[in-house]
Write a protein that binds this ligand. Sequence first.
Ligand code: UDX
Ligand code: UDX
Ligand code: ADP
Length: 476
Amino acid sequence: MKVCCIGAGYVGGPTCAVMALKCPDIVITLVDKSSERIAQWNSDKLPIYEPGLDEVVKKCRNVNLFFSTDIETAIKEADLIFISVNTPTKTCGNGKGRAADLKYVESAARMIAEIAQSNKIVVEKSTVPVRAAESIMHILRANQKPGIHYDILSNPEFLAEGTAINDLLNADRVLIGGEETTEGHEAVAKLSWIYEHWIPKQNILTTNTWSSELSKLAANAFLAQRISSINSLSAVCEATGADVSEVARAVGLDSRIGSKFLQASVGFGGSCFQKDILNLIYICENLNLPEVAAYWQQVIDMNDYQKRRFSQKIIESLFNTVSDKRIAILGFAFKKNTGDTRETAAITVCQTLLEEGAKLDIYDPKVEPEQIIDDLTHPSVTESPENVKKAVQIHSDPYSAVRATHALVICTEWDEFVDLDFQRIYQSMMKPAYIFDGRKILDHERLHQIGFHVQTIGKKYQRSGLLRSWGIVPQL
Ligand code: UDX
Ligand code: UDX
Ligand code: ADP
């Protein structure tokens, strides 16, 4: 079997690499319209950072995994084509800021229609709104050449960045949605056969196309909702003296609820959660289900509130002014073990501090400096990119980032931050020295002993430092 994947990004890249590793009998060609991206995939420095990806790519590249810009040949030769192009939120027109922009999916479908000379199974792998497979089908069938048959499947990807290789190797489930016809069932069986190379058959779920598409949006909405729920409680904890970690543990031990995704934080980021929920909201509005739309909107509103609340807390703690104060930002990626900054909470925190006149010293172990500058000078973030460039310094070492700063802000939970020499950091900072731990990863008691003023999410503090949750009377 020959497989082609259109779109060599965060989804297409790791997915095809693992597929190639587990299916030596299948030849996979990953194509992208960006020749720069393809050149990176063919080089020693891959375009995305993902633990374990390098090894897998090195093992399979030019054996049964090929990276190419020759989209035409790859489509012509393939029996099965994955579409894993980006589906950003629309920035203009009808559905602006909410609906998914399907222009890249559409252009991929049109390309297939134009080039294909034999039957194809076309698999939608990008996260796209319910009924997107139907749009792909319309385009393909309206442009069908005689004797060519298309089957369209939905096969959403559930991998999370930073753990993509493990998620792909040990997927909880693989979901395949197809048409309820004989040909549809055969196409589902062919795609299932690929996954059966390494996923137990009972973990491969087949549904109709729409259920499959909705399940992807629903899974991301549920995960994000858990984070917003615990983050909402973190505000209650800070106001009362409860400790959100203790609450999360107690709640999560109920087997009906479970312990995962209850980590209170500065707010969720990433390319999927917000985009998918906005999508769900847009669909609900179009289906005239305003109550459902409003319900899911709250998950996003709570996340925005959390990001704002954390940023405000920094300003308030620093005597209500950060103008001309140096502040170190440790971590810029939306989570650890990735260099991805899409929708990262760090952008909101930096934006707020910059608007208040702060000078920022930013360090992230994996995010490229140009990416940080691009994000902070984007028109949606600032009207004066030149001022931002003057106020921001990017560091390649955390100790140089914190030197002579008034405060240190943890925005990403990188493991290396836990083991920093905080005694040394304290000595090099301005006094009083503040730490704002937006990820709850540090040993706050110890930091307090060193002399830091510590603030974190979901636990109440007094000026003098940390207050244990059992040590104070809630002021209700
Ligand atoms: C609940 C809590 O489960 C329990 O831990 C707490 O101590 C008291 O409140 P209870 O109200 O007795 O217990 O029943 P529960 O099984 O939780 O069901 C509550 C309601 O939710 C019922 O009307 C039930 O039909 C409904 N429900 C439950 C659903 O509609 N869907 C579900 O998936 C589960
Ligand atoms: C998510 C889904 O997990 C994945 O299944 C889907 O395919 C794509 O979207 P991803 O965005 O890569 O994956 O990362 P995820 O681990 O889900 O984290 C998303 C955001 O939530 C991050 O900013 C993370 O820091 C935050 N988060 C996660 C919390 O704040 N608390 C938690 O308990 C978990
Ligand atoms: P995701 O996180 O969904 O994988 P990315 O932005 O990382 O999104 O990757 C999507 C990739 O798809 C990009 O590298 C982009 O260049 C590529 N792409 C978009 N449209 C097309 C197209 N019509 N043909 C080929 N590649 C495309």
